[in-house]
Design a protein around this ligand. Structure first.
Ligand SMILES: CC(C)(COP(=O)(O)OP(=O)(O)OC[C@H]1O[C@@H](n2cnc3c(N)ncnc32)[C@H](O)[C@@H]1OP(=O)(O)O)[C@@H](O)C(=O)NCCC(=O)NCCS
Length: 226
């Protein structure tokens, strides 16, 4: 029988306000030194899993739901999750890396099937109701051969990508840096850098763009409302 041990001793965090945990397994590690966490839930069954949250991260209402072994979740410094997130891991040796200075309002990220990965670059901005997944959770088979038709595939989101509200990013998608994903898009295929993609299925609607968080690039362009 698998040894069940509470690894609370290996849970380290900075400022925390509300941490619920159910951890069963061995050699699991949760570190969040220097991060500010509010209402975090760690629900983990398995061995040798690691959740590392970098300094200066601010996370609210995040559920880490982890099943299986050898998973790695790395949220690097100064990331912010403002409304909430569900980080869902299954199977073995999956990876999630969220780059520096990323901000997310509300996301669901599912990393499933052995070895699959989601990589999110630096400075990304995700709005509310974003769903990113490496797999479909269930098998679709060729009726004759029984061959699996929908294997998992990695998701790669480049640096400085803006994902607007209510977007779904499916398995195998790469989004190039500086791109913008329009609201309500369902992303089934990759797109290059510096484009806007929109629709279901998402298609490139503008090229040669970049974006910034500030509404007005400079004061001169600001409308005169006086
Ligand atoms: C991505 C976005 C910013 C692009 O805006 P834009 O550059 O002004 O784009 P336009 O309005 O000029 O649209 C260009 C074309 O794409 C289409 N389009 C725009 N958004 C679309 C969408 N979400 N789905 C499908 N088509 C869309 C337009 O109909 C238009 O088509 P046409 O050329 O055939 O007329 C905007 O579509 C968007 O998603 N806004 C929501 C942002 C958001 O969620 N903010 C929350 C805080 S992060």
């Amino acid at each position: 029988m698998k040894q069940i041990s509470c690894l609370w001793q290996r849970i380290r965090y900075g400022e925390v306000n509300g941490l619920r945990r159910r951890i069963r397994g061995r050699e699991n590690l949760f570190r969040a030194d220097g991060a500010a966490l509010t209402n975090i839930q760690v629900d983990l069954i398995g061995d040798d899993n690691q959740v590392v949250i970098g300094e200066g991260c601010v996370l609210h209402n995040v559920i880490f739901r982890i099943r299986g072994n050898g998973h790695r979740i790395e949220i690097v410094p100064r990331c912010r999750i403002s409304r909430g997130a569900v980080i869902w891991f299954e199977d073995e040796n999956c990876r999630l890396q969220i780059g520096e200075d990323a901000t997310m309002v509300e996301v669901h990220i599912a990393v499933t099937e052995p070895g699959s990965q989601v990589h999110i670059g630096k400075g990304c901005m995700f709005a509310n109701d974003i769903d990113i997944r490496t797999g479909d959770s269930h098998a679709i088979l060729d009726a004759r051969s029984g061959k699996r038709l929908n294997p998992a595939a990695d998701v790669e989101i480049g640096d400085h990508v803006w994902i607007a509200a209510h977007v779904i990013v499916l398995k195998g998608v790469t989004i190039g840096e500086n791109s913008v994903v329009a609201t309500g898009s369902v992303f089934t295929q990759s797109c290059p850098s510096g484009v806007i993609v929109a629709g279901n299925p998402a298609r490139v609607i503008k090229t040669g763009i970049t974006w910034q968080r500030e509404r007005y690039p400079n004061q001169k362009e600001r409308p005169d409302t006086s």
